[in-house]
Design a protein around this ligand. Structure first.
Ligand code: FES
Ligand SMILES: [Fe+2]
Length: 402
């Protein structure tokens, strides 16, 4: 059978993605607009690896449940009776209704909304009232019909919940190795998540009607745009991040899917809102960290570390032109929940939220313009866009691995 990739990308387009950066071309518009292309990405980019979907501290207690959609699939995170976080396909064995339709806490069982089927917190079917005409239906006949919820392999790092659909990815720590090594001298053991969001779960949601690749490359790898899209950074002397002599004032990191920029925090004073919060320390000498980093972990995590906080940005793709960001924040030494620090936490978050909205709006415009018959950019800036080039090649590598 022909590889579906063949009808989506021509040999010339693939060769152009792989040419040297001076002569390479990025993906053609179909990669941003086509449902078929998106489905192939789900199968070949996302399903075989670890994908971030949410934050474990938002479900602290047994019976806490949190439904979500990703790739158009319904899932549910459940803190089970033993305190373990599990992720299930949120699909009822009866006729496929989502079992959990709203966040909940302290539940003892899950009750499907359509015909009332009941599951325990470990996903086992425990009841199907009136299934056989009786309130206390005998479900023994259903037992051999594979009626439990289908669990998805999951694992947690720094409170971030990751799933692996195929179940055969290497352990999460191996996948995150470049990131774990990069932050090896950061003492994250004393940072905790803040719960300042409106509904108290600590997650801030930003819908973005754009392809995941546009949003992903914009987050950390596209350093070029900062000076034009973000009013707050534009005012800074440190943006654009060049020294006037053809050099960069930041360190570019591009290591096994972990990519972004790092810079000396003291050198960019005034670029970001000033906050007075306890600083994250170095493991080696207990001194405050002095560097900031704005990073991506392929394929859907953004991870920003400043001396006073960590901002986690999870990109949830739902369709070729439809994504949602989930943002969570971590602070050090109890500052995440200390009322006296709330104002500082919120001032810092307001800066991130504004940048998020500015980025999403420009990405949405670029997305809409991908439907134009006029050709889009077919080249890279070798100075700025090395990470975009590397990212696109990584996506292609995955797509070609059938
Ligand atoms: S489809 Fe879920 S209870 Fe019937
Ligand atoms: Fe931006």
């Amino acid at each position: 059978m022909a590889d579906p990739l063949e009808s989506l990308l021509s040999p010339a387009e693939r060769a152009a993605l792989r040419a040297s950066i001076e002569s390479a071309s990025p993906f053609p518009p179909i990669a941003y607009t086509s449902q078929d292309f998106f489905e192939l990405e789900v199968e070949r980019v996302f399903a075989p690896t670890w994908v971030a979907i949410g934050m474990a501290p938002a479900l602290p207690n047994p019976g806490d449940v949190h439904p979500l959609w990703i790739f158009g699939y319904p899932l549910v995170m459940v803190r089970d009776g033993g305190g373990r976080l599990r992720v299930f396909h949120n699909v009822c064995a009866h006729d496929g209704c989502p079992v959990v339709t709203a966040r909940g806490s302290g539940l003892e069982r899950l009750e499907a909304p359509y015909h009332g089927w009941l599951y325990d917190l470990e996903g086992r079917l425990i009841g199907a009232p009136y299934w056989d005409g009786y309130a206390e239906a005998d479900i023994s006949a259903l037992r051999d019909r594979d009626v439990d919820l289908k669990e998805i392999r999951s694992s947690i790092w720094q409170g971030i919940v990751f799933i692996n659909f195929t179940g055969d990815a290497p352990p999460l720590e191996d996948f995150l190795a470049p990131m774990i090594e990069f932050y090896g001298n950061h003492d994250f053991s004393t940072v905790t998540m803040a719960f300042d969001s409106e509904d108290g779960d600590g997650l801030h949601r930003f819908p973005a009607k754009a392809n995941w690749k546009l949003l992903w490359e914009n987050y950390a790898p596209d350093v070029y745009h900062e000076n034009f899209v973000h009013l707050q950074y534009r005012k800074s002397d440190h943006v654009p991040r060049v020294d006037g002599r053809g050099g960069k004032t930041f360190t570019e990191v591009d290591d096994r899917g972990f990519m972004g920029l790092a810079f000396d925090t003291a050198a960019v004073g005034g670029t970001y809102p000033a906050v007075e919060l306890p600083k994250i320390r170095r493991v080696s000498d207990g001194q405050p960290i002095a560097r900031s980093s704005i990073m991506n972990m392929y394929p859907n995590l953004g991870f920003l570390v400043f001396p006073t906080h960590i901002r986690v940005s999870i990109l949830i793709p739902n369709g070729p032109e439809d994504c949602e960001w989930l943002l969570a924040s971590f602070f050090n030494d109890g500052a995440a929940t200390e009322p006296a620090f709330r104002e500082d936490r919120e001032r810092g978050f307001a800066g991130s939220a504004l940048a998020r909205v500015e980025d999403d709006r420009i990405c949405e415009l670029v997305q809409r313009a991908r439907r134009s018959p006029a050709p889009a950019k077919a080249f890279y800036s070798p100075f700025w866009e090395g990470m975009l080039y590397s990212f696109n090649r990584r996506v292609l590598d995955d797509l070609e691995r059938s």
